[in-house]
Design a protein around this ligand. Structure first.
Ligand code: 3PG
Length: 211
């Protein structure tokens, strides 16, 4: 089965930032997703790092306008669980062959992780054109993205990991960056405290970033 680059490109076009979400309590899912969508960030990455994550995805998928995906996909089992929970796309920090196979077989569009030229080329050979550059700052940040852009101009990136409101504009200005991911829009303390208006404001500012 082919990968679904068109869907990933569509997601990247919807907003400059994909909020990376770690949600412990399913009761927070709907108000959090509503705040993010109201703020202009409809593409939501729910990380599979909490016991509630799958239920959170299912709840968020009912929010009008939200495009809910599963982050931190590591195993083939994660892919099946995310799909069953209603995720419409997946995000992974890396790109092991078994995970790629599982996403292709399940028909789950994937934003696979890459940080080196070999990883990028391996994914390109399998038809992937939009990749998560992870961990963005740890892997050399803007310099590395510029370096990869020379020999591999057909690849677009969503840098994630160390992206902040301060450095996001510089990432988004790169010709091979289509969007960026980050956890600063909905940090755990604001989510746990139910500060939906503050999260909405953060989303609004992120959604207004130029690119
Ligand atoms: C993650 O998967 O945790 C993302 O890389 C988020 O990174 P950040 O917390 O640095 O935004």
């Amino acid at each position: 089965m082919k990968n679904d680059t068109a869907y990933i490109r569509e997601l990247a076009s919807l907003a400059p930032i994909i909020p990376v979400l770690v949600v412990e309590d399913v009761a927070h899912a709907i108000p959090l997703a509503e705040a993010l969508v109201r703020g202009g960030l409809p593409v939501l990455e729910v990380t599979l790092r909490t016991d509630a994550a799958l239920d959170v995805m299912t709840a968020m998928a009912s929010v009008k306008g939200a495009r809910v995906g599963a982050g931190t996909l590591v195993t083939a089992e994660d892919v099946a669980a995310a799909k069953a929970a209603g995720a419409t796309f997946g995000v992974s920090p890396g790109s092991p062959a078994a995970l790629i196979d599982a996403c292709l077989e399940a028909g789950l569009p994937l934003l696979p992780g890459a940080a080196t030229a070999t990883e990028v080329m391996t994914l390109q050979a399998r038809g992937f054109e939009v990749l998560k550059f992870f961990p963005a700052e740890g892997a050399g940040g803007i310099k590395t993205l510029k370096g990869l852009g020379g020999p591999l101009p057909g690849i677009s990136f969503c840098p994630t990991g160390g992206v902040t409101p301060q450095n996001a504009p510089d990432y988004l200005a790169l010709s091979n960056v289509v969007c960026a991911g980050g956890s600063w829009i909905a940090p755990s303390d604001l989510v746990k405290a139910g500060k939906w208006y503050q999260i909405e404001e953060r989303a609004r500012q992120a959604a207004a970033l130029p690119r």
